[in-house]
Design a protein around this ligand. Structure first.
Ligand code: ADP
Ligand code: MG
Length: 243
């Protein structure tokens, strides 16, 4: 097997006295698409935020592409490897679409401006919004903004992309355009961890489904096995509510 992209071992996280992650272990291989589901408050966001050290864990270990995440060390190195897309697009409102996408490559990777712009336009074409390059985020629809956020993350050539409910803030007609971009990425071989309750997406592109409950992964299985025959009582109850 190839070197795993993510190795999380017995990860714990406390918020004060609240034990939000209670021993999460996960290995993700290159090219795997992992969909993360589970009830609200079960630790999904907290866990994926530990993977790029947005929220450092306080027990266990996380290694991303061979780089151990420890305290303040290695943070920049790891963040370069990990692209992150949030529910609320988090674009820089005062920058154009093109500037949003070129900012990190020019500042962090020191790519020259012309090269960064060439690459940004290529990525904007890939997510279907090249013609919006000179607009500002507020001039775009939610679905378009989320596609810019995906292009911005891709501009750093990440080894893995993390998505935290990327379509939850979108109107129904815009969900598909974002999921289509994500499917395209998945088929192109990108390693992805996606928190989403979009079951069509999960069935179509996920290699694995993780079900979180109360700070633990309680199922780690294929989409077929999960949707047809969940093993854990909490997963059955959850599925009966979203199906
Ligand atoms: P999910 O994404 O599965 O809905 P989260 O990972 O956001 O769940 O949250 C897991 C638990 O940790 C929740 O009970 C939440 O209230 C708590 N939590 C998350 N972030 C913080 C924080 N910054 N401070 C205190 N508690 C938090
Ligand atoms: Mg969440």
């Amino acid at each position: 097997m190839a070197e795993p992209i993510i190795v999380a071992s017995d990860v714990h996280k406390h918020f004060g006295s609240f034990h939000a992650l209670r021993g999460v272990s996960l290995t993700v291989q290159p090219g795997e698409v992992v969909v993360v589901i589970g009830p609200s408050g079960s630790g999904k966001s907290t866990f994926i935020r530990t993977l790029n050290a947005l929220d450092p864990h306080d027990g266990g270990s996380v290694v991303v592409d061979g780089i151990p995440l420890q305290g303040a060390r290695n943070l920049d190195a790891v963040r370069r490897e990990v692209g992150m897309v949030f529910q609320s697009f988090n674009l820089f409102p005062h920058l154009s679409v093109l500037e949003n996408v070129t900012l990190a490559p020019t500042r962090v990777r020191r790519t020259n401006k012309a090269e960064a712009e060439r690459r940004a336009l290529e990525l904007l074409r890939r997510v279907g919004i090249e013609e919006q390059a000179h607009k500002f985020p507020a001039q775009l629809s939610g679905g378009q903004q989320q596609r810019v956020a995906i292009a911005r993350a891709l501009a750093m050539d990440p080894k893995v992309m993390l998505f935290d409910e990327p379509t939850s803030a979108l109107d129904p007609e815009m969900i598909k355009e974002v999921l289509d971009v994500m499917k395209d990425l998945a088929r192109g071989g990108m390693t992805m961890l996606v928190v989403t309750h979009e079951m069509g997406f999960a069935r179509e592109v996920a290699d694995r489904i993780l079900f979180f409950d109360q700070g633990l992964i309680v199922e780690d299985t294929t989409p077929e096995a999960f949707y047809n025959n969940p093993q854990h009582e909490r997963a059955r109850v959850f599925l009966s509510k979203i199906l």
